[in-house]
Design a binder for this molecule. Structure first.
Ligand code: MRU
Length: 362
C-alpha cells in the first residue's frame, strides 16, 4: 500500500545489505513515520514485545526474520531451537507467531547448519510474500459483501475494530483488505473506526492508513458502535483476528466481542477476515483455550497524545490510587460470527465451513 504515493510494506529487507530488516515503528504513528532497522534477534523480539510492530500476520513475519537474524549469529541446532523459543514467547495470543516459527523450523531442521542462514531468509521471504498475496486475495473474496450493501444515495458504512489493515499484516491487511478493494473499485464506502482503547490502534493506525489511501472514515469512541447500529448507521462489520479456532471462534482485540453482541441484537452482519495462518487447528473452544495476553496497567491508566506545541506527551487519566486491569484480547464465539473471509473464499464460522475451504485439514 502507499504512503504519500510511495509503495510500502510493513516489513522489508534492506535494499543494500539484503539481510537487515526494516519495519515501521508503529508506536510513533500517527505523529511520525519512523523506520527501524533490526539487526539482531533481540531487536526483533523487542519490536514484537514492545509493539513497535503488531498485528497477527506481521508478528509472524517479523518473528521469521528475527530467526534469520539469530541464525546469522549462531546457526547451530541448539541455538536455533533456543532462539525460536525466545521469539515464540514474545506475545501469547496471535497464533501466526507460532505458525511462522514452526514453519521456519520445519524447513531449517532438515538443513545443514552452514546453509541455514540462506534457507531461513528464503523461507521468511516466502512467508511475507504469501501473506501479502493471501490478504489481497481475501480482500477480493470480501468485496461482494460490500457490493451487496450498496444503497442509492448513501455510502456503505463498514465498522471495524483495532487495526487489521496493512500495518497489521505484510500488505493489504485483513479486515481492511475488502474495504481497500471496494474503494479501489469506485464504491462509495465509509469506515467507522473504533478508537480501540487502551492502545488506540484504531485511532492511531487504522485512521492513519485509511487516510493515506484516501478512504473516507470517522473515528468513534469504542462505546459508540451499538448506538450507530441501532440507528442504521452500520451496514456491516469486518474485523480481523489473532487466532481462529477450528470451530470458528475468533480471538481479536479486546472489545470485539461486545461489537458482535450489539451486531446480533441489531441484525448487522459481523464478518471476520483472516489468512489461513491465523487458524489454530488444534483448538476447538476459543473462550476456554486461547491464551489472552494481560498487558501493563499503564496502558489503561495513561494516555499518550500530541500537545498543541507538537510535543508528544503521556499523562495519567486514572486516579493515582486506582489499580487497572488490561486483558488485551477477547474471544467472539462462532455463534455470533456471520462468516469468515479467507484467501480461499468465505465460509460459515463452523468446523464444517472451514473444512470445506481447507479439506486437507480433515
Ligand atoms: O495487540 P495487537 O495490536 O497486535 O492486536 C491486533 C489485532 O487485534 C488485530 O485486529 C488482529 O491482529 C488482526 S490483524 C490483521
Amino acid at each position: 500500500m502507499k504512503i504519500d504515493g510511495q509503495a510500502y510494506r510493513s516489513v522489508w529487507l534492506d535494499a543494500d545489505d539484503r539481510w537487515s530488516v526494516h519495519v515501521i515503528d508503529q508506536t510513533k504513528l500517527p505523529w511520525a513515520l519512523e523506520i527501524l532497522r533490526l539487526t539482531t534477534r533481540d531487536d526483533a523480539a523487542h519490536a514484537i514485545r514492545s509493539m513497535q510492530i503488531r498485528g497477527a500476520p506481521l508478528i509472524g513475519a517479523v518473528a521469521a526474520y528475527g530467526l534469520c537474524l539469530a541464525l546469522r549469529a549462531d546457526a547451530s541446532t541448539d541455538a536455533m531451537e533456543r532462539d525460536a523459543a525466545l521469539l515464540n514467547a514474545t506475545r501469547p495470543t496471535a497464533i501466526n507467531l507460532r505458525w511462522a516459527l514452526d514453519r521456519m523450523l520445519t524447513r531449517l531442521r532438515n538443513t545443514p547448519a552452514a546453509e541455514r542462514v540462506a534457507v531461513a531468509y528464503d523461507e521468511a521471504g516466502l512467508i511475507a510474500d504469501e501473506d501479502a498475496a493471501q490478504n489481497e486475495t481475501l480482500g477480493r473474496h470480501g468485496l461482494p459483501l460490500i457490493e451487496a450493501a450498496v444503497r442509492p444515495g448513501r455510502a456503505v458504512n463498514v465498522l471495524t475494530h483495532c487495526n487489521a489493515g496493512w500495518l497489521a499484516a505484510v500488505d493489504w491487511g485483513t479486515a481492511l483488505s475488502p474495504i481497500y478493494a471496494a474503494f479501489n473499485a469506485g464504491i462509495d464506502v465509509h469506515v467507522w473506526v473504533d478508537e480501540t482503547r487502551p492502545r488506540n490502534q484504531g485511532a492511531a493506525l487504522t485512521a492513519w492508513e485509511l487516510g493515506k489511501h484516501g478512504v473516507p472514515h470517522t473515528v468513534v469512541a469504542d462505546n459508540a458502535g451499538g448506538h450507530l447500529m441501532q440507528h442504521d448507521q452500520v451496514d456491516l462489520i469486518i474485523v480481523g483476528a489473532d487466532r481462529v479456532t477450528r470451530t470458528g471462534d475468533a480471538a481479536n482485540k479486546i472489545g470485539t466481542y461486545l461489537k458482535a453482541l450489539a451486531a446480533r441484537d441489531n441484525g448487522v452482519p459481523f464478518w471476520v477476515a483472516l489468512p489461513s495462518s491465523t487458524i489454530d487447528w488444534t483448538v476447538s473452544d476459543g473462550v476456554a483455550e486461547i491464551p489472552i495476553e494481560e498487558r501493563s496497567q499503564a496502558e489503561v491508566t495513561d494516555m499518550t497524545g500530541r500537545l498543541a506545541d507538537g510535543t508528544i506527551a503521556t499523562m495519567r487519566v486514572v486516579s493515582a490510587d486506582s489499580p487497572a486491569a488490561n486483558p488485551a484480547f477477547d474471544v467472539t464465539p462462532a455463534r455470533l460470527v456471520t462468516g469468515l473471509i479467507t484467501e480461499r473464499g468465505r465460509c460459515d464460522a463452523t468446523a464444517d465451513g472451514l473444512l470445506g475451504l481447507f479439506p486437507e485439514r480433515r
